[in-house]
Design a protein around this ligand. Structure first.
Ligand code: FDA
Length: 313
């Protein structure tokens, strides 16, 4: 129930306008977000590289409703790609199609993505299309198919185990030798398209993970779930799947101990590093995954709101 409420709130811009002014909410966001500038993200990538951990940098922002904003976000990706190359970290970014204008004009979105992918290729880099809610799954996969044909391995996509359709999508992507990041899925979805029970999502994740480990092209096993991580390790070892054939992926600020431990034990680990000012929906999704700090934040937001209302202006 709490998870559903937080995910619903993550899509409310009016709540965002209210929450973003709250100091505590900003400070909690800073745990999950590298900073507001490309420099902060690249600095985080450099620090992680020193521990042997690779990164994928994401510019926060989604559901863009004006073409200039989508174009500006695409231009900012160019800056990030250049800065990553200059800092000598592996050039790898994650991009949300709705930030590139998918809602506005699919052709604009495709143009923006094509441009980012072309730029990344000149730097031997890689671009991952993040997966948003199920309203975008089919369009994102179709977009990916077109881009993948031309990008010569420089582009990958994400599959969400929460979605019932993902078994078929994974098989199709394996057949195309596409690079897949497998995650559980962070969005509020109806039971018609997604498994409502977490145990079913976890079981589906395990099945898809086994398929990708056996037959996929360098899959990204994106989870902090230690049971699934242990299962992946055992499955790989007992099926002769070398550690160089896949990587674990985790989010910036989440289970740092586990990221370091896995890397120290010789597993490939990549961390997703978001930055930017549009952190509200991202923060709400992270809180929905682990509601421990929520009561605290909500209490603070309400207290600050009330004190603003009672202060004469
Ligand atoms: P689960 O939620 O079961 O958590 C397992 C354990 O991990 C928890 O018990 C807790 O210990 C820890 N944990 C998980 N989340 C935490 C948090 N926020 N704070 C503190 N601890 C936490 N989703 C999507 O829909 N589209 C996408 O493109 C992506 N991309 C993506 C990239 C990468 C690299 C990762 C790791 C994840 C995503 N996700 C995503 C998010 C994903 O779908 C999912 O919501 C989160 O990873 C949480 O799920 P877990 O697999 O960690 O399991």
């Amino acid at each position: 129930m709490l998870r559903r409420t937080l995910l619903w709130l993550s899509t409310r811009p009016r709540v965002w306008r209210f929450v973003r002014k709250n100091r505590l909410a900003r400070s909690v966001a800073s745990r999950f977000v590298a900073g507001e500038t490309p420099e902060s993200a690249v600095a985080a990538a450099v620090a992680l590289k020193a521990r042997g951990i690779t990164t994928s940098v994401d510019i926060l922002g989604e559901s863009v409703s004006e073409a200039p904003a989508a174009e500006a976000a695409a231009a900012e990706y160019h800056t990030v790609l250049d800065r990553m190359a200059r800092a000598q970290v592996e050039v790898n970014v994650s991009v949300k199609p709705t930030q590139m204008g998918l809602d506005l004009d699919p052709a604009l979105c495709e143009r923006n993505l094509r441009c980012i992918i072309a730029k990344a290729r000149t730097l031997q880099g890689f671009v991952r299309l993040d997966m948003e809610s199920s309203a975008y799954t089919q369009r994102t996969l179709e977009l990916f198919d077109r881009l993948h044909q031309e990008a010569d391995g420089g582009v990958g996509v994400v599959i969400q185990a929460a979605l019932r359709r993902s078994t078929e999508d994974v098989e199709r992507l394996i057949a195309r030798s596409a690079r897949v990041r497998l995650c559980k899925g962070a969005y509020l979805e109806p039971a018609t398209v997604a498994y409502p029970d977490k145990s079913d999502v976890d079981a589906h994740y395990q099945r898809l993970m086994e398929r990708l480990l056996s037959a996929g092209n360098y899959p990204g096993i994106a989870t902090h779930d230690e049971r699934l991580i242990r299962h992946a390790q055992r499955f790989a070892e007992s099926n002769g799947i070398g550690r160089e054939r896949f990587e674990f992926q985790m989010l910036y600020g989440v289970r740092r101990d586990l990221q370091i431990r896995l890397r120290a034990a010789g597993w490939n680990v990549r961390v997703y590093v978001p930055f930017g000012t549009q952190w509200y929906p991202y923060l709400m999704r992270r809180l929905a995954e682990r509601p421990a700090n929520i009561a605290f934040i909500l209490g603070s937001v309400i207290r600050e709101g009330l004190s603003r209302q009672s202060t004469p202006s």
